[in-house]
Design a protein around this ligand. Structure first.
Ligand code: SF4
Length: 276
């Protein structure tokens, strides 16, 4: 493991300890040693998780294997931090919100008006994950309420669902200034809360809206067009990435592609398209 990755792992561990997520490793030094020897130089088809190797690549691989002719699907570039984080016993959305508190863990707190935690059905079969709040969301404290949010609501309704049937949240809970992309350290700091939300809700399908959410959960730098519409396994759920509604507002020609992705989700959930 190189120094940058190691520093990232250590930052996560410190932060997760703060969150009370539980001890990941009793002996971090020896764990890193095990992980370094356990992770193959050229990761290929890795299958079942090995409980003895908590940092080893586990189930976080594309559900659809790459073929010789197809470009490789993203998989965790190294040990998946999302896989090593244990579920928090007895966790609830209320407890996660309490743990966030009046958060100042990253610099995004400085310009925010409201923390935008998430909204919707706590038992939802479908969770949409976006990037972060925009201006309207920051003002109202609710995700996806601006123009892009209205389009997302239309997308949800086209799937024969209501907005309150699903759960909607973001990778970061505070608005990045000028709607810039969240920085890596901000994502690393805030995303454990997202992970806990997903663990509590236990949806059947997680739909990442846009590159930021997809890259965060897949732990990849690859562009979303490389794997948009493909299925992945993520902590017991199926995960799919599609374009962000804000992208669709700028590029309406991409709507048919997104609709195809949503139809895959509908098929997985046994939903019929809404009759017009
Ligand atoms: Fe805290 Fe997340 Fe807001 Fe950063 S973005 S201040 S980690 S709630």
């Amino acid at each position: 493991m190189d120094l940058a990755n190691r520093a990232r792992v250590e930052a996560w561990l410190r932060f997760s300890d703060d969150l009370g997520l539980g001890p990941y490793f009793r002996d971090r030094a020896s764990t890193f040693a095990v992980a370094e020897s356990a992770v193959p130089a050229k990761p290929a088809e890795v299958s079942a998780p090995n409980p003895n190797l908590p940092l080893a690549r586990a189930t976080f691989t594309a559900a659809v294997p790459a073929t010789k002719s197809a470009p490789p699907r993203p998989s965790a570039p190294g040990p998946s931090l999302f896989e090593i984080v244990n579920r928090v016993e007895g966790d609830t959305l209320e407890r996660i919100r309490e743990d966030i508190g009046d958060c100042t863990r990253c610099c995004l707190h400085k310009a925010r008006t409201n923390i935008v935690f998430g909204v919707g059905n706590p038992n939802a079969e479908l969770v949409f994950v976006g990037e972060g709040p925009g201006h309207d969301e920051d003002m109202q404290g609710e995700p996806f309420v601006g123009r892009a949010g209205k389009l997302l609501t239309q997308m949800i309704e086209a799937m024969s669902l209501r907005r309150e049937d699903v759960y909607i949240c973001n990778v970061v809970k505070c608005r990045p200034p000028e709607n810039r992309l969240p920085e890596k350290d901000e994502i690393a700091t805030c995303s454990p809360f997202l992970l806990r939300q997903l663990d509590v809700i236990r949806p059947k399908v997680i739909c990442c809206l846009g590159a930021c959410a997809a890259q965060t959960l897949l732990e990849t730098n690859q562009g979303i067009s490389r794997y948009r519409g493909e299925w992945f396994d993520f902590r017991g759920a199926k995960m799919i990435a599609t374009y962000h509604p804000a992208y669709l507002l700028r590029n309406p020609n991409a709507k048919p592609e997104v609709w195809k992705d949503l139809q895959k989700v509908m098929a997985h959930l046994g939903l019929q398209p809404k009759r017009r």
